[in-house]
Design a protein around this ligand. Structure first.
Ligand code: ATP
Ligand code: K
Ligand code: MG
Length: 683
């Protein structure tokens, strides 16, 4: 079984696998370690990853990048509007308020959700991994931003399912990085924890996490982030600068021209990279617009001035992470800077002033997330043995629960899973109810969420169930924050103390009694009377026969979760069919290309052989006939046969072979005869 980790970036994806001797980052079809997260719909097939990025310019309106930005978000979200303005795609609002992307492909308009597009990126990475490992894969660990909401996490799960992947865990990007940092370090002393800050600056976002390390274990203390501060924003500063300059100097408005925008953005990203290594850099674009060549120039200092607002913003999540971890900078023994967006020198300068120390670059800045994911996958995989290492992660947003009788106030703060709660985690709540009821899960504190995020998570119906007239029954609800950081009501169980056992037979579910907490205090407050924290354990781990008598008194109550957004089983399976159909189309086109290529090379190869190797084995008549056929095929390939079906190419090849085979056979026979004679003479 395979052990795979995926880092899905807004710009770059990285695949890491665990092998016998350690972790390897896989090379893509272009032999690169990073694969662009791009899906391009070309004339007849999808081009994914590097191939997609290479043809993006030719298909501006049907190429999708940075899809991670749109996952699990609403069309009406003002932030989404900004995102969509950067993508020259046709979009609309879906019936559920989500985003729909409209594309012209194979002569038809196709409509895709961001989840479907993300699943194409997943599927591409999966296929590449399978080719490399020479076996099918499904188990994996995938990195996600810590600021992902419940809905976004569920959407990721849907995309993975559509692509045929089974994530054993979604792990926060910085947690993965911290894992790849801590796992191999054996010099953590027993004198107390070592605190390290991890700062990941990617293409679109910045994530900061503080971790504490001790021998054999790591613990995340806090996650903070700026969802909209990444390398892309630095490109945008340059873009606006030059767009204004070119308007003045050349009288061209790049904003009015999609292609010019695309080219200027790409040039600005390059320029930014040049400025990371040089104090100044030129910008030249031929024929940007209106047949005008443009020239520009900028110094690093000027760039830093333009970007000063962005640099300042970087300090906010850093401070927040420290505050949440209840640490001062003096306590931080190392600041690990990762993500390629962090290569801008001014970022290091700012971090030095913040943390009073030079950031360290011990980790491979572009591969550490994927490597950490692969390590986590190895730890979770039943077939792999890894050194004992404890990883504790926390959620960044407080989760609350309310019932139709009002909020369920647990402790004084009214929160079920507070920010900083380690997970996975399960809490059991007992209600005294006589009838079907509703629960609502939500984010308690909107200030903790990225701006514009809906605090709603899910609405759950518990029941129906029956109790004797006028009485109430105890209903136990298990609420879990699962291994992906997703909130769900796992189960509801009715406890009947006076239940007639004969009635219970057949309704008993062996799982229902597995994680119970006894005894239950009988005080009723706000519709519930007990809440218990339980560290996560697998539901099947404690099913033991001795509790069967007790379990017989328990009755499963139906739980119906209505998630705000997300896909139904039927929608997922429909999307999976569509994905398979699109992949099949891609394969057909690839095979057709291969057939065309082999026909082409056969023509050249045979023409050469006919007048050299095979010359004396063919009559003049045969040579003339074959030569003519080869000539005709070549002409056909350039004219009518430029764009034909796989079958058309293979049948042409068959026709040619029929003519050439007799000659080839004569040649082979002769060769064998000579060989046999040689062997004989050797004896
Ligand atoms: P995200 O984490 O937001 O999902 P990602 O993981 O794909 O995105 P990275 O690959 O870590 O992002 O970083 C990509 C960013 O790094 C791009 O904005 C790119 O321009 C920038 N970058 C790459 N090399 C350099 C460099 N030498 N100097 C400055 N920026 C660079
Ligand atoms: K990346
Ligand atoms: Mg990243």
């Amino acid at each position: 079984m395979s052990v795979v980790g995926f880092d899905i970036g807004n710009e770059n994806c990285v695949i890491a696998v665990v092998r016998q001797r350690g972790i390897d980052v896989l090379l893509n079809y272009e032999s690169k370690r990073e694969t662009p997260a791009v899906v391009c719909f070309s004339e007849k097939q999808r081009l994914l990853g590097s191939a997609g990025a290479a043809s993006a310019m030719m298909h501006i309106k049907s190429t999708i990048s940075q899809i991670k930005r749109l996952i699990g978000r609403k069309f009406a979200d003002p932030d989404v509007d900004k995102e969509l303005k950067m993508l020259p795609l046709e979009t609309s609002e879906g019936p559920d308020g989500g985003i729909l992307i409209h594309l012209k492909y194979l002569g038809e308009i196709h409509v895709f959700t961001p989840v479907q597009i993300l699943s194409m990126v997943f599927a591409h990475l999966k296929t590449m991994t399978e080719k490399d490992l020479e076996m099918p894969i499904s188990d994996c660990v995938i990195g996600i931003p810590s600021y992902f909401t419940d809905l976004q996490r569920r959407a990721y799960l849907d995309a993975a399912k559509i692509a045929g992947l089974k994530p054993l865990r979604f792990i926060h990007d910085c947690t993965a990085t911290a894992l790849s940092y801590g796992m191999y370090k054996t010099d953590f002393s027993s004198t107390g924890p070592v605190y390290v800050a991890f700062i990941d600056i990617g293409h679109c976002d910045t994530q900061v996490s503080i971790a504490s390390f001790e021998f054999g274990k790591m613990k995340i203390l806090s996650h903070a982030s700026d969802r909209s501060l990444g390398g892309r924003d630095f490109d945008e500063v340059l873009f606006s600068h030059f767009a204004a300059k070119f308007k003045e100097e050349y009288n061209i408005d790049v904003y009015s021209n999609t292609k010019a925008c695309f080219r200027l953005r790409a040039a600005c990203e390059k320029l930014k990279k040049v400025l990371s290594a040089n104090l100044e850099a030129p910008l030249n674009i031929e024929c940007l617009m209106d047949e005008k060549d443009v020239k520009g120039f900028i110094s690093r200092e000027e760039f830093e001035n333009l970007a000063s607002g962005l640099l300042e913003r970087l300090s906010i999540p850093c401070h927040r992470a420290l505050t949440d971890a209840k640490l001062t900078v003096e306590k931080i023994s190392s600041v690990e800077l990762v993500g390629s967006g962090s290569r801008i020198p001014a970022i290091s300068t700012l971090l030095i002033s913040l943390f009073k120390r030079e950031p360290s670059r011990q980790l491979n800045a572009s591969e550490c997330v994927a490597r950490g994911c692969a390590l986590q996958c190895a730890m979770l995989s039943p077939v792999y043995r890894v050194r004992e290492y404890e990883v504790e992660d926390v959620i960044p947003f407080s989760v609350g629960l309310s019932s139709d009788e009002g909020p369920i106030a647990v402790r004084s703060n009214g929160v079920l899973f507070p920010r900083g709660q380690p997970f996975p985690s399960v809490k059991v709540i007992t209600f005294q109810r006589s009838n079907l009821f509703h629960l609502e899960a939500f984010y308690v504190n909107p200030d903790e969420l990225p701006p514009g995020t809906s605090p709603k998570i899910s609405c759950v119906t518990i029941g129906p169930f029956h109790v004797s007239h006028g009485s109430k029954s105890r209903v136990k609800i298990r609420v879990s924050l699962d291994i992906h950081g997703i909130v769900s009501i796992e189960s509801a169980t009715m406890i009947k103390d006076d239940m007639d056992d004969s009635v219970m037979v057949g309704e008993y579910n062996s799982n229902s009694g597995s994680m119970d907490i006894d005894p239950i205090p009988e005080t009723v407050a706000n519709g519930f009377n007990d809440i218990t924290n339980k560290k996560f354990e697998s539901p099947c781990s404690s099913a033991d026969g001795t509790r069967k008598n007790k379990a017989n008194r328990r009755l499963d109550v139906p739980v119906n979760e209505n998630i705000y957004g997300g896909m139904t089983k039927a929608e997922i399976s429909e999307a999976r069919d569509k994905e398979l159909q699109l992949a099949q189309q891609d394969r057909i086109i690839e095979q057709t290309k291969e057939k065309k290529n082999s026909l082409e090379s056969y023509v050249y190869d045979m023409r050469n052989k006919l007048f050299h190797t095979y010359r004396s084995f063919a009559s003049e008549q045969e040579r003339d006939d074959i030569s003519r056929s080869l000539q005709e095929t070549e002409e056909w390939l350039y004219e009518d046969g430029v764009d034909e079906t796989e079958h058309a190419y293979s049948s042409k090849l068959e026709d040619l072979k029929k003519l050439v085979d007799p000659i080839e056979n004569r040649f082979k026979d002769e060769k064998e005869r000579v060989q046999a004679k040689d062997d004989l003479s050797k004896c």
